[in-house]
Write a protein that binds this ligand. Structure first.
Ligand SMILES: Cc1ncc(COP(=O)(O)O)c(C=O)c1O
Length: 386
C-alpha cells in the first residue's frame, strides 16, 4: 500500500483469537432451509439432533438457541428451582451461574483443581448443604474434572449432575463423550466454538421422561414436538414453557459443520501440536505450563493456553502479543469477584480460581489459522520473554 509520501507501508494483518469456518456447504444448506422450513424443530433440526445423539452416544438431544438456554432448560426439566442450591465453579463463563439464577435457585461457587481447571470434588463436598439439588461441572477447554468422584458424590446424595460442556464437543472421559456422563449435558455452537452456527446450543439427556418435559418447555409449553412426530392430531398448551428451539436456518449451518467435524478437529489439533512443539523448551525455561497437558484426558483442542508462574508475567506477555496484533486473551474474570457475583457471594475465598484466572493466557486457535500465522504467534511469545 502506498503511504502519503509514496513509500510503502507494510501492513501486518491482526490475528484474532478465533474465527469460524463457514463456506459454500453452509450457504447451500441455509438456502435449502430458507426455501423450505425456517422455524424450529424442522428437518435440519431433527437430522442434526440424530447425528449429535449418535456421535455422543446420548439417548436424546435437543437443539437450543444457546448453551445458556440449554443449561436453563436442563435445570427446569429436572425440576431445580427456588429454595435450592447448585454448586458450580466460579472459574467459568457467566452462563453457568446465570442459568441457576434464572430458575430461581442459588449458585454456590466451589474452587477448582489446578490440574484440570475443573471442579475440585473435595471443595464441592465442603459446599454441599441440605438445599443442594445439583452440581454443574464445567469441562473447561474440553478437559473433564475428576468426574468419577463428582458422580460418586452426586450419586451418594441424590444430586443431579448437569455438565456444562459448552466447550467440550468431541472430548471424552474414560471413553465416554463429555456431556453424557451426568443427567444432562449442555453444548454451545457460538461462533467461537469448534462447531458453530453463530449462536446455538444443544441439550443431551439420558432420561426419557426428562426429555419429554424438556421438549415441551422448549416449545412454549406446548406438545408441538409430539404433533410434528404425528403422535397427536393437534398441539396445545400443556405446561409452563418458553422458547428455546433453534431455527432450522441455523440447524442447517450445523448440519454442514458436522459433516466437516473430523477436518475441523484435525486442523485445530495440528495448530495445537505446532504450538506445543515450538513452545516446549521456552515453557520449561520460564516455568510456564502449556494447557491442556493431561495424558489421561482426551480433549478437543478447543483452547490452547499458557499458564504463567505469576500474573505479572501473564499480563506482560498479553500486552506484548496484543501490540503485535495478536488476539491473545485471559480467561475469566472469576464470577465470585465480578460485580454481580459479589452481590450474592460476597465473602468467597477461592484461591485456586484466583491463581489460575490471573495467570492464564489463551493463544489464537482456529481451523483456518495458517502456518505463517502460527509462526508469528510463536515468535511473539518467544520475544515477549527473551
Ligand atoms: C463454559 C461455558 N458455559 C456456557 C457458555 C455459553 O454458551 P452460549 O454462548 O452458547 O450461550 C460458554 C460460552 O462461551 C462457556 O464457555
Amino acid at each position: 500500500m502506498a503511504g502519503a509520501f509514496g513509500c510503502s507501508i507494510l501492513r501486518v494483518e491482526p490475528i484474532p483469537l478465533s474465527r469460524p469456518w463457514f463456506g459454500q456447504d453452509e450457504l447451500a444448506r441455509v438456502r435449502e432451509a430458507l426455501e423450505g422450513r425456517s422455524a424450529g424443530d424442522g428437518p435440519f433440526c431433527r437430522r442434526v439432533e440424530r447425528a449429535l445423539a449418535e456421535r455422543l452416544g446420548a439417548p436424546r438431544v435437543l437443539l437450543t438457541t444457546s448453551c445458556t438456554h440449554a443449561l436453563e432448560l436442563a435445570l427446569l426439566a429436572l425440576g431445580v428451582g427456588p429454595g435450592q442450591e447448585v454448586v458450580c465453579p466460579s472459574f467459568t463463563f457467566v452462563s453457568t451461574a446465570n442459568a441457576v439464577l434464572r430458575v430461581g435457585a442459588r449458585p454456590v461457587f466451589a474452587d477448582i483443581e489446578e490440574r484440570t481447571l475443573g471442579l475440585d470434588p473435595a471443595e464441592v463436598e465442603r459446599r454441599l448443604s441440605p438445599r443442594t439439588a445439583a452440581l454443574i461441572p464445567v469441562h473447561y477447554a474440553g478437559v473433564a474434572p475428576d468426574m468419577e468422584r463428582l458422580l460418586d458424590l452426586a450419586g451418594a446424595r441424590g444430586l443431579f449432575v448437569v455438565e456444562d460442556a459448552a466447550q467440550a464437543l468431541g472430548a471424552s472421559f474414560g471413553g465416554r463423550a463429555l456431556g453424557t456422563l451426568g443427567d444432562a449435558g449442555c453444548f454451545s455452537f457460538h461462533e467461537t466454538k469448534n462447531v458453530a452456527c453463530g449462536e446455538g446450543g444443544a441439550l443431551a439427556l439420558r432420561d426419557a421422561a426428562v426429555g419429554r418435559r424438556a421438549e415441551i418447555i422448549r416449545e412454549k409449553g406446548t406438545n408441538r414436538s409430539a404433533f410434528l412426530r404425528g403422535e397427536v392430531d393437534k398441539y396445545t398448551w400443556v405446561a409452563e414453557g418458553s422458547s428455546y428451539v433453534l431455527s432450522d436456518v441455523l440447524a442447517a449451518v450445523l448440519d454442514a459443520q458436522l459433516a466437516r467435524f473430523d477436518e475441523i478437529h484435525a486442523r485445530r489439533s495440528a495448530v495445537a501440536s505446532r504450538y506445543r512443539e515450538a513452545l516446549a523448551g521456552w515453557a520449561v525455561r520460564h516455568g510456564v505450563r502449556l494447557f491442556p497437558d493431561l495424558p489421561d484426558r482426551q480433549t478437543n483442542d478447543h483452547i490452547f493456553a499458557l499458564i504463567f508462574p505469576d500474573g505479572t508475567a501473564r499480563d506482560r506477555c498479553m500486552a506484548f502479543l496484543r501490540a503485535r496484533g495478536i488476539g491473545a486473551t485471559f480467561h475469566y474474570v472469576p464470577l465470585h469477584s465480578s460485580p454481580h457475583g459479589r452481590s450474592f457471594a460476597p465473602d468467597e475465598a477461592l484461591p485456586a480460581t484466583d491463581r489460575i484466572a490471573s495467570r492464564l493466557l489463551r493463544l489464537p486457535l482456529f481451523p483456518l489459522l495458517t502456518s505463517a500465522e502460527v509462526d508469528r504467534v510463536v515468535e511473539a511469545v518467544l520475544d515477549s520473554a527473551s
